[in-house]
Design a protein around this ligand. Structure first.
Ligand SMILES: Nc1nc2c(c(=O)[nH]1)N[C@H]1C(S)=C(S)[C@@H](COP(=O)(O)O)O[C@H]1N2
Ligand SMILES: [Mo]
Length: 368
C-alpha cells in the first residue's frame, strides 16, 4: 500500500561536507528572497518582497471566498470579502521575516528552505483588525488558542495537512493583528495569500497565515503540526523545544558598490562613501545599530533615520566610510529597546530558526 510516507521523509541535518541538494535548490527557486539592493526602498515593492509557500499556491476564487469563525464562540460568523471590506479599514507597515532566515549559513545545515539572509520584506498591509471580529463572535471564557487555517494543502514530514497555525488568545486579541486583503495599496497577489491573509506584526512569517479561510477558537492547546512539531527551537530530535514566536533583532547592509556576477562579492572604488541598510526587531523598537568594516573586530555606531511607518516597520541606518584599497568584511548589528542584539558567533538549533547571526558582506576596494 502506498502512503504519503512514500514522498515525505523525516527532518534532517546535512552532513559536515554535504552540499545544497537539488531538492533544496527546488525550494529556493520557488521561494525567492528580497534582492538585497531593494533594501533601498522604505516600502518593499510587492514583486521584490520575499516569498515562502510550503505547498502550492491554492486556486481560490475571491468572489466565492468566505471566512468562517467558529469553535468556542457564542455566534459563529461567515464573512465574504465584501463584508470584510465594509468593516473598519487600517494599514500597517510591517517587516515580515521568515523564521528560517539565515538557515543555510548554519553549520551543520538543517535541510529545508536554504535561506541566506534575504527572507525579509517591509510592506504595507491593509485590512480589518481581528480583535473586534473575535469579540463579535463572543469568545468562550476558557478560550485558549485561536487556529487560523489556509486554503492550501500538502504533506510535510509524513503529515498530510492544511496549513494551520494557532496564536494564544491574548496574542490574537492584540490590536495590531489584521485580516489583510491589500498589500501596498493593491489587492493581495496570489503568492502573498489572495484574497485574505493574517498579519501578526512582530512575529516571524509562519504566523501570518495566507489564503485564510477559517478561524477556530479552542479551549485546549492546539496540537497541529506547524505549532507542535515544525516551528520549535530544539537542539535535537527528542527535545520538545520552545515555540518560535517574535522576530529577533537584525540589521542588514545594503550591498555597496557593484557586484561580481558569480560570487556577488562587492567591488568599490576607494574614497569616502555612505554605507546604509535597514534594521528591525519584533520585540521592541530598534535603538542602535553598530557597523563593522573588519569582520567584527571593531564597531562604529551608525546614525538611525527617523522612523517611517510605525512600530512594526524596519528603520534605515547609515554610516560614513572612507573605503581604502584592499579586502574588507562589512556587517551590522541591531540593538532593540528590550536589550536584545545579534550574536557574532553562531548559536544553533535543529530547525535553523530565529538565527540572527551578524551578516558578512565581502567587499573588495580597488586600487587608486
Ligand atoms: N497558508 C499558508 N500561510 C503561510 C505559509 C504557507 O505556506 N501557507 N507560509 C508561511 C511562512 S513560513 C512565511 S515566512 C510567510 C511568508 O509570507 P510571504 O510569502 O507573503 O512573504 O507566510 C506564512 N503563511
Ligand atoms: Mo517562514
Amino acid at each position: 500500500m502506498t502512503t504519503v510516507d512514500d514522498v515525505s521523509g523525516p527532518s534532517r541535518v546535512a552532513g559536515p561536507d554535504e552540499a545544497i541538494s537539488a531538492e533544496e535548490l527546488q525550494l529556493a527557486a520557488r521561494n525567492h528572497g528580497i534582492p538585497l539592493e531593494a533594501l533601498r526602498y522604505d516600502v518593499t515593492p510587492a514583486g521584490l518582497h520575499y516569498l515562502l509557500i510550503h505547498y502550492d499556491i491554492p486556486d481560490v476564487d475571491p468572489a466565492a471566498h468566505a471566512l468562517t469563525v467558529g469553535g468556542a464562540v457564542d455566534r459563529p460568523l461567515r464573512l465574504d470579502l465584501a463584508a470584510l471590506r465594509e468593516r473598519p479599514r487600517v494599514t500597517h507597515r510591517v517587516t515580515l521575516e521568515c523564521a528560517g532566515n539565515g538557515r543555510a549559513l548554519l553549520h551543520p545545515r538543517p535541510v529545508s528552505q536554504p535561506w541566506l539572509v534575504e527572507a525579509v520584506g517591509n510592506a504595507e498591509w491593509t485590512g480589518t483588525p481581528l480583535a473586534p471580529l473575535l469579540r463579535e463572535a463572543g469568545l468562550a471564557a476558557d478560550a485558549l488558542d485561536v487556529v487560523f487555517t489556509g486554503a492550501d494543502h500538502g504533506v510535510e514530514r509524513g503529515v498530510e495537512q492544511d496549513y494551520q497555525r494557532a496564536l494564544p488568545v491574548a496574542d490574537a486579541l492584540r490590536e495590531e493583528v489584521l485580516l489583510a486583503y491589500e498589500m501596498n495599496g493593491a489587492p493581495l497577489l496570489p503568492q502573498h495569500g489572495a484574497p485574505l491573509r493574517l498579519i501578526v506584526p512582530g512575529w516571524y512569517g509562519m504566523a501570518h497565515v495566507k489564503w485564510l479561510r477559517d478561524i477556530r477558537v479552542l479551549t485546549e492547546p492546539f496540537d497541529g503540526y506547524q505549532n507542535a512539531v515544525a516551528y520549535r527551537l530544539r537542539q535535537d530530535a527528542d527535545d520538545p523545544g520552545v515555540p518560535v514566536t517574535r522576530i529577533e533583532p537584525r540589521a542588514l547592509v545594503r550591498p555597496p558598490g557593484f557586484p561580481d556576477f558569480m560570487s556577488r562579492k562587492r567591488v568599490l572604488r576607494p574614497g569616502p562613501c555612505t554605507v546604509d541598510g535597514r534594521a528591525w526587531s519584533g520585540h521592541a523598537p530598534v535603538t542602535a545599530v553598530e557597523v563593522t568594516f573588519d569582520g567584527g573586530t571593531t564597531w562604529v555606531p551608525a546614525t538611525l533615520d527617523e522612523p517611517t511607518g510605525g512600530a512594526w516597520a524596519w528603520r534605515r541606518w547609515q554610516v560614513s566610510w572612507r573605503a581604502t584599497p584592499g579586502r574588507h568584511v562589512l556587517g551590522a548589528r541591531a540593538v532593540d529597546a528590550s536589550g536584545r542584539t545579534q550574536p557574532v558567533e553562531q548559536p544553533w538549533n535543529r530547525g535553523g530558526f530565529a538565527n540572527n547571526l551578524v551578516q558578512r558582506v565581502e567587499v573588495v576596494v580597488l586600487a587608486e
